[in-house]
Unconditional design. Structure first.
Length: 387
């Protein structure tokens, strides 16, 4: 019998993220044995009874619910994990906070800045632990980038650029809305690539390089009308299919960001690069264990970009896994974030990004959309302290 404290999880939404999070909870105790807390999979919630039951059985939940309101009412749930589409985040999170539950919420925090603010107000009023799953921070090579930047090795930063490219909506006959296609419906998603993909790039960028001060953006909706899967009617498409913005960071550097779902051949190409006076770093999701590092202080005869295989036990999180030289994958970023959340319960500190941190990303997303709509520069109003 384990003498660990239990964190009893109630997870809402049995799709892509429901699976990554469930996998994370199932593996934590094996790979992070020193944690005082242990996740216990109490209940999974999906609206369809058969799906809820099957999901609970597949991932090892003790029970299932078909209405998240019932999940939140339960005394045997400590933390609610929100893995549902963006239009549900605020309602579930606010109700969970009012019931005194801890909350782990998927990104983006919500559809809009105003909606996100209500969530921040709710968790702050209730004083409940909270975090948002901007999981790319927990990829060891990205965490190592953070450490190198924080050490000052890059010197004064001049440039930050990021891309997040996909190609899955090029087909003009693809419907919008409903199961599997809610990202195409602005009422559910809030925005298109800005909230879905650029939100990740913005979160990573501000974590690594500080606040984004102002933005100038252009967006495009290439296919103007699509049939709605739920109504069968052809309706206007309200999301941005592509977005490009540039910006000033608070530290004086310039940023350049691009995201689209119309870059044929790209499925999930997330890359970022940061250039300082003394060095540069580059990372690519397709080769996620590697970090490219150019160090201008190297002797000229060996000067060049080194490709660091981030798999050594001295490197972030890697002492928890195999032996040096053996890589890990996408799913590990969620395991790391869940483990960091459990650790934060031990230490009593926040688990970044908190709802308040994610609100800053939302401010940038909102400024990006406003800028594109008004064809003008917009201040973001970001209030960001680096951790
Ligand atoms: N961190 C990341 O890298 C990442 C990646 C993908 C998605 N996300 C975010 O995760 C969230 C979910 O995305 P996904 O890709 O898992 O979507 P998905 O469509 O695969 O799964 C969503 C699930 O929620 C269920 N659902 C919808 N409304 C519900 C309700 N009221 N009660 C219970 N279940 C409900 C759907 O039936 C579906 O099973 C979104 O906010 C998305 O932006 C984050």
């Amino acid at each position: 019998m384990s003498d660990k404290k239990q964190l009893r999880i109630g997870l809402v939404g049995g799709g892509f993220m429901g699976r990554t999070h469930s996998n994370a909870y199932n593996r934590i105790s094996n790979f992070f044995p020193a944690l005082q807390y242990q996740p216990v999979l109490k209940a999974a919630c999906s609206r369809n009874q058969a799906k809820a039951k099957a999901f609970a059985e597949q991932w090892g939940y003790e029970s299932f619910e078909t209405d998240w309101r019932n999940l939140i009412k339960r005394d045997d749930i400590d933390a609610v994990d929100i893995c549902t589409p963006n239009d549900t985040h605020a309602e579930i999170a606010i109700a969970a906070a009012e019931a005194g539950k801890m909350i782990l919420c998927e990104k983006p925090l919500a559809r809009s800045l105003a909606e996100s603010q209500t969530m921040v107000d709710a968790v702050e009023k209730a004083g409940v632990a909270n975090t948002v799953w901007y999981n790319y921070r927990r990829i060891p090579a990205v965490t190592l980038a953070k450490q190198i930047i924080a050490s000052g090795k890059l010197g004064k930063i001049y440039h930050y650029r990021a891309n997040f490219l996909q190609d899955w909506t090029i087909n003009a006959n693809l419907p919008q809305g409903g199961e599997g296609l809610w990202r195409m419906d602005a009422d559910v998603a809030g925005s298109g690539v800005t909230g879905d993909l650029l939100a990740h790039c913005i979160d990573t960028a501000m974590w690594l390089n500080g606040a984004i001060k102002d933005v100038s953006a252009v967006t495009e909706t290439f296919v103007k009308e699509r049939m709605h899967q739920l109504t069968g009617k052809v309706q206007k498409v309200g999301i941005d299919d592509a977005c490009i913005f540039h910006c000033h960071f608070e530290n004086g550097s310039l940023g350049l960001f691009e995201s689209t779902r119309y870059a044929r051949g790209h499925k999930a190409l997330y890359t970022f690069e940061i250039n300082g006076a003394n060095g540069s770093l580059r990372w690519d999701l397709h080769d996620l264990n590697r970090l490219e590092f150019f160090d201008n202080s190297d002797a000229s005869i060996v000067k060049g970009c080194r490709s660091i295989h981030v798999t050594d036990g001295d490197q972030p999180y890697m002492d928890k896994w195999w032996v040096p030289g053996l890589g890990i994958g996408y799913e590990h970023s969620f395991i790391h974030q869940a483990a960091d959340f459990l650790k934060s319960l031990e230490t009593g500190g926040p688990c970044s990004p908190s709802f308040k941190d994610a609100l800053q990303t939302q401010k940038v997303c909102e400024a990006v959309i406003d800028s594109a709509n008004s064809r003008s520069w917009k201040d973001t109003g970001v209030d960001y302290s680096l951790e």
